[in-house]
Design a protein. Structure first.
Length: 455
């Protein structure tokens, strides 16, 4: 078996390279298989695993939404795994839709459009029995109109205050009348109304309105929800995270996705596969900061950083924290240079060397800008627009302008020594003029060296 595995190494690595898999990852996977071959299971056992692996790969390739929905359902009691799997959905281009009482079921489900509907039982405090009651009421009388309609039709022994508040916080009632702050404010009134209506139905009472063939419950429901200021995006997302373990309707990092793609060298999900001491640059949201004193009596911090795929603990020694404490604060969007720290039986950590805000990432990392213009449809007014824009963003970074001919030849146009201060705003405005592919940034791509903590 060992000899046979050795003959397969080159074919395996070649195949991985052809499919865009990094050589380091391919070597690590093959080494594991080669090691396992020395004491592997007998052939019938191994054959069963092989069949299962091929079928799984086939389903993920050809029926990705259905496969990922089933996988999410199998893991929905583990919020950490749900975060990882929804990150994989994002990588595959599959949208995970927010919870919705008018569309959701107990588990995650693929939609006809290829999206995945969030499983309502994955909402904290919402049990399977409560969801089944909601689905049964929806099937019997159609979609819900507002929160009062919900409480008047579901079994309130199953859908209690805790369940209802969690559903509102999760955004599961967003498709109904009113916004989350209004719905949250009337939870008590909605439950009271629902209990009254259900008690009347259970006792077999018939009201005057029933005799007139008018829905008494409909008449009792408030004509409109009370006035209330909508929750800010920060508050709404924080409550959503509390009951879902993740952000679904939005993400604080969403507006920095371009910076993460350009400047980050890895995500938190990549850390377990990295070597101890390996340099890394991560972007994310600071969700927790715990300060303590080191052996010298100086302040240092343990920081939780969260990105689209998970979270990691940052160790910020006093020499760094003294310089960056204003940046390292809860809810701050930052980019971190450091090195991976792995120990047996421990989750990977990152020893921090530098921290900057994501809003200031361009200014920190970009050292040169190149603007490419196609000669097809080229007009002098485009150069004038570029010049005027560049002059309003003066700074220290040199700019090159290149005109590309249809033949493939390029001509460099002098900018007269114009220098700019790189920023997301400048990049976006340049892309409006020359297109997204017409702006190239070069600069620091290697994470900063981690200093010795000194003890």
């Amino acid at each position: 078996v060992v000899e046979q595995m050795a003959t397969q190494r080159e074919d395996f690595l070649t195949g991985c390279a052809a499919n865009g898999i990094p050589e380091k990852t391919a070597v690590k996977v093959f080494d594991q298989m080669e090691f396992f071959s020395g004491y592997g299971f007998n052939k019938p056992h191994s054959a069963c695993y092989a069949v299962l692996a091929v079928r799984t790969a086939y389903l993920k390739t050809h029926f990705a939404p259905e496969f990922m929905a089933a996988t999410l359902t199998s893991e929905m009691d583990n919020s950490d795994r749900v975060v990882v799997l929804t990150g994989e959905c994002r990588r595959l281009g599959i949208r995970v839709l927010p919870p919705d009482v008018n569309e959701g079921h107990v588990g995650f489900r693929a939609t006809p459009r290829g999206d995945i509907q969030f499983g309502l039982s994955a909402v904290k405090n919402v049990g399977r029995s409560a969801v089944k009651s909601i689905v049964a009421a929806r099937r019997e009388h159609g979609s819900f109109e507002d929160i009062f309609d919900v409480t008047s039709r579901v079994d309130l022994r199953l859908v209690n205050r805790r369940v209802l508040e969690s559903l509102v916080a999760a955004g599961a009632l967003d498709a109904l009348h009113g916004h989350r702050a209004q719905q949250y404010q009337v939870v008590s009134a909605a439950l009271d109304l629902g209990q009254r209506m259900q008690q009347e139905r259970d006792s077999g009472q018939t009201s005057l309105m029933d005799m007139l063939e008018t829905d008494a419950g409909e008449d009792l429901r408030p004509r409109k929800l009370p006035e209330a200021a909508p929750w800010s995006d920060g508050v709404a997302l924080a409550k959503e995270k509390e009951v879902l373990g993740m952000y679904v309707s939005g993400h604080p990092l969403a507006r920095y996705e371009k910076e993460l793609q350009m400047f980050a060298t890895a995500g938190t999900a990549d850390l377990p596969d990295m070597e101890d001491g390996e340099p890394v640059r991560l972007g994310g949201i600071v969700t927790h900061v715990k300060t303590t004193t080191d052996r010298k009596g100086e302040l240092m911090a343990f920081v939780t950083l969260e990105d689209f795929s998970g979270s990691v603990e940052l160790v910020v020694f006093s020499s760094i924290y003294a310089k960056k404490s204003e940046v390292i604060r809860r809810d701050a969007a930052v980019i971190v240079d450091g090195k991976v720290s792995t120990r047996e039986d421990e989750e990977p950590k990152v020893i921090t060397a530098d921290v900057v805000t994501l809003a200031g990432a361009h200014s920190k990392f970009v050292e040169r800008m190149t603007i490419s213009i196609s000669s097809v449809g080229f007009e002098d007014t485009m150069l004038e627009s570029l010049r005027d824009l560049l002059l309003t963003h003066g700074g220290r970074c040199p700019v090159d302008i290149v005109v590309k001919a249809a033949s493939g030849e390029s001509v460099m146009i002098s900018t007269g020594g114009i220098r700019v201060e790189p920023s997301r705003e400048l990049q976006d405005r340049l892309e409006d003029i020359v297109g997204e592919s017409g702006v190239a940034l070069t600069g620091s791509v290697a994470p900063a060296r981690v200093p010795d903590p000194g003890f």
